[in-house]
Structures are given as C-alpha cells and as structure tokens.
Write a protein that binds this ligand. Structure first.
Ligand SMILES: N[C@@H](CCC[C@H](N)C(=O)O)C(=O)O
Length: 329
C-alpha cells in the first residue's frame, strides 16, 4: 500500500504523522506496532522516536494514538500532541481544538511564535497524579515525593508522578548529569524489575538561573531522546513543588533539542500544566509498504520544509549556546 507520512518534531523529539481521519486503514494494534518498529528504525532510510496516528473522534476534533519506537503504545506524548495540534488545526482551519488521547480529551491551541517564524502550539498536560498505583510503581507507600529508593540510588531523591504517562524525576547537579547513573538506572527500571512493571520515563533536571531548567529524559520504549514533552511538564511541576520555580509563572525548559515553556497551574491539590513550544514539520513523503511485512519499504517521493527547518536551527543554536554556558558556569 501507499502511505503518506509527515515527519515532524517538537524540540527535536521526532515522529511520523499518519492521518487516518478520513480513511481508516483498519489496522490491528499488532500491525501498528510492527509498522512503528520498522519506520522508526534509525538504521533504515527513515527513523524516528515514534508514530502519531491521527484518527477521527466522535467527541473531539481528532484522536491521537502514540506508539513508541519499540512498538509499545504510550498513553500520552506532549511533544507529539503539539505536532498533532498543528496538523489538526491547519487541516480544519481552526486555532484551537480538542484532541482525544488514550485516557483523556485535551485542549490544544495555536500560540504566538516562541521564536520568530516557528509554528507554536500550547497543549494541556493533565491529569496529574502522585498516586504510585497510576504509574504503576510498586512500593509500600502511596506516594514518592523527593525521596530515595535505596535500590535505585543511595544519593538521588526521586519524585514519581503520572501525567498521565509515568515519570520518575530527580533534581540533580552537574556531577550526576555527567555520570552514567541516569542511563544505568533507566535501563534497570525499564527492564525486568520489581518496581516499575510497565517501565517509566526517567528525567534528570538541573535548575538554571532566571526560572530556567534543563531536562534530559530517558524515554520508556525509546531511550534518550532530544526532549520529552510530558517529562518537561512533570519536571516543571516538581521544581515548583520544591520552590525552585513558581506556580503560574512561565518556566523556560531547555533540552537537547531546543527549548519549550511550561506554566504549572495549581488549584487546591489539582495540577495542570501548559506545555508551549514548536510544532515543526521536517518533510512529507510517500512510501510503499506491505502492512504484513513492514520490515522493508520504499520511499516513492519526498519534499522538505526547508525554510521551517532553517528557522528552527536558529532557535536550537541559541538554546544550545545558552545551555553550554550555564552548564559549564
Ligand atoms: N516523547 C513523549 C512521550 C512519549 C511516550 C513515552 N515514551 C511513554 O512511553 O510514556 C512526550 O513528548 O511526552
């Protein structure tokens, strides 16, 4: 079959969009998983962190399903949702939309450009829960908030939360960022282990001056990515809880693929986060693939979004220069 793909990214966290809004391909979950594993393979001609399947919805403007590069399905994806927001808003010629995700329907909207000529979208990250059962995390307590689990690390304190996909967040110093501890720990909690039966996204967060933070995430089902939107949102919330940042105020979140902005809202004991950042298109292409044997495919045609990429490169350069200076200060 012929399949049209759009390669897109949010902070360098890259995906393929497959539009099934008008034409349903009738794929099984196994077929979606195998297609994702094949197209996301970085040693193939394509390669990405995941696939965003956009489907029709009866209650919302569209529905997003997210598959990680290893074929597992995720309940949410913040960077991906911004890309879906752009695609749906441009397709329906609207400025705000509602998008169904696995667990909840979320609000998205077009925002002022975060950087000159960079298409920017705001997406709602919610619901937030600290109940360890929602990750799930198997420990003998209901919450883990800035606490140590000796078996994971004797020195680093973690906060576990779902937004609603699962996250383990630690505020660290340069020394820990530069060590192998995040990778070792992430491999452990995403393999056979007693704590996280479904795995977890693991973020190390370094506070920066002027309401800034740097977040590096090892993503469940992918590995280290340039950025993870839900992780940056979860991390922003954790920094507010620890009085490093302030509720209702913009937080500049630097990552290895650029930067986004988060605003954490707190109403009584309920939290929601606005994730604001780029939704960039890289290229569109048509491939020929057999859904029963997606391991091999051919690319029929492709067209790049050159101007958009050049503009994003400027944002990335500035963010990276700032980050290098701050992390070496
Ligand atoms: N990159 C995403 C999160 C994708 C899903 C995650 N790997 C999971 O399995 O929960 C983001 O931007 O939030």
């Amino acid at each position: 079959m012929k399949l049209e793909l759009i390669k897109c990214h949010g902070s360098g966290n890259d995906f393929f969009i497959i539009d099934e809004m008008e034409q349903s391909f009738g794929w099984s979950d196994k077929e979606r998983a195998n297609l994702t594993i094949s197209l996301c393979n970085r040693t193939s001609e394509l390669g990405a962190d995941g696939i965003l399947f956009i489907l029709a919805s009866e209650d919302a403007d569209a529905k997003m399903r997210v598959f990680n590069a290893d074929g597992s399905e995720a309940s949410m994806c913040g960077n991906g949702l911004r890309c879906v927001a752009r695609y749906v808003c441009e397709k329906l010629k609207i400025k705000e939309a509602t998008i169904d995700t696995m667990k909840v329907t979320l609000q998205v909207s077009k925002e002022d450009d975060i950087y000159k000529d960079i298409p920017t979208y705001k997406v709602e990250i919610s619901p937030v829960s600290f109940d360890v059962a929602t990750l799930p995390l198997h420990i003998d307590q209901h919450q883990l908030i800035n606490e140590k689990i000796e078996e994971l690390s004797e020195d680093i304190a973690f906060t576990a939360l779902s937004v609603p996909n699962p996250h383990l967040v630690a505020i660290v110093e340069n020394e820990e960022l530069q060590s192998d501890i995040q990778e070792e720990l992430s491999l452990y909690v995403n393999g056979e282990n007693d704590y996280f039966p479904d795995g977890v996204n693991v973020s190390f967060v370094k506070p920066l001056p002027e309401s800034g933070i740097f977040v590096r995430t090892y993503e469940r089902g992918v590995g280290f990515t340039n950025a993870c939107g839900t992780a940056m949102s979860a991390s922003s919330l954790v920094t507010c809880m620890q009085s490093i940042n302030t509720y209702e105020q913009p937080i500049e979140v630097y990552n290895n693929g650029g930067k986004v902005r988060c605003v954490v809202h707190k109403q009584n004991d309920t939290f929601t986060i606005d994730l604001i950042g780029n939704a960039s298109f890289v290229y569109q292409c048509t491939i020929e693939v057999d859904i029963n044997h997606p391991g091999t495919f051919t690319i029929d045609s492709s067209e790049e979004y050159i101007e958009e990429m050049m503009q994003y490169a400027k944002l990335q350069q500035e963010a990276s220069a700032f980050l290098t200076k701050q992390l070496n200060a």
